[in-house]
Design a protein around this ligand. Structure first.
Ligand code: SAM
Length: 193
């Protein structure tokens, strides 16, 4: 089984016009994605931002829930937030995984857009079960991951699609759905007793 990590990338991502930009870190993304990561057994959640001035904001959230007042009131929240790793680039996240796991992670990217060479969730789930290398799942902010990130990927997951043509999931929802599709435990609710 692969050790799986996720990263929320604030740079390089693109804006509505397709220009490369850096987005701001948001409190909700730190919280909610950490909780999904903990629920589905990820080893770490990297918040990738080159803006050093934003790092103390994330660090304050981590400290509040992991060692501050929040730890005593909601210890389970601290357990999730403890997965958060702050770093300034995707390469730093890769280096941290290499240092921990002793192997370079596979990069798996996500996007709302369909296109060539996408792989299904079933294929990726199967791969994760047999893979000895760690895996880093990359999620974008803004209007998605920059092409130069997508081009580095070892695998590109197919987009999540509902039955409508509305294609504007929040990244928090996209992370939770992706993790559920990759790691969900089969329900026995409909099985005869
Ligand atoms: C606000 S969305 C960006 C949407 C962008 N137009 C794109 O093509 O990815 C931010 C991130 O959420 C994830 N995401 C959003 N919708 C998704 C979908 N339908 N399928 C897979 N990932 C999605 C991707 O990681 C994406 O980079």
């Amino acid at each position: 089984m692969s050790s799986v990590y996720c990263a929320l990338v604030h740079h390089p991502v693109v804006d509505r016009q397709g220009e490369e930009v850096t987005t701001s870190v948001t409190n909700l993304d730190v919280h909610d994605i950490a909780r999904s990561a903990r629920t589905y057994g990820l080893r770490g959640y990297f918040v990738v931002s080159p803006i050093e001035a934003q790092h103390p904001v994330v660090q304050r959230i981590v400290d509040h829930w992991c060692s501050g007042a929040g730890k005593h009131r909601f210890p389970e929240r601290g357990e999730a937030i403890a997965l958060v790793r702050l770093c300034s680039s995707i390469d730093h996240a890769i280096a941290e995984i290499e240092a921990t796991e002793g192997k370079t992670p596979r990069l798996v990217v996500t996007s709302a857009k369909s296109g060539r060479n996408r792989i299904s969730y079933a294929e990726e789930a199967e791969r994760l079960r047999s893979e000895s290398r760690p895996t880093l799942l990359l999620f974008g902010t803004g209007h998605g991951l920059a092409d130069r990130v997508l081009q580095r990927a070892d695998a590109f997951l197919e987009p999540i699609q509902g039955p409508t043509d509305f294609n504007h999931l929040s990244v928090r929802a996209a992370v939770a759905i992706t993790l559920d599709r990759l790691f969900a435990v089969k329900s026995s609710a409909n099985n005869p007793i």
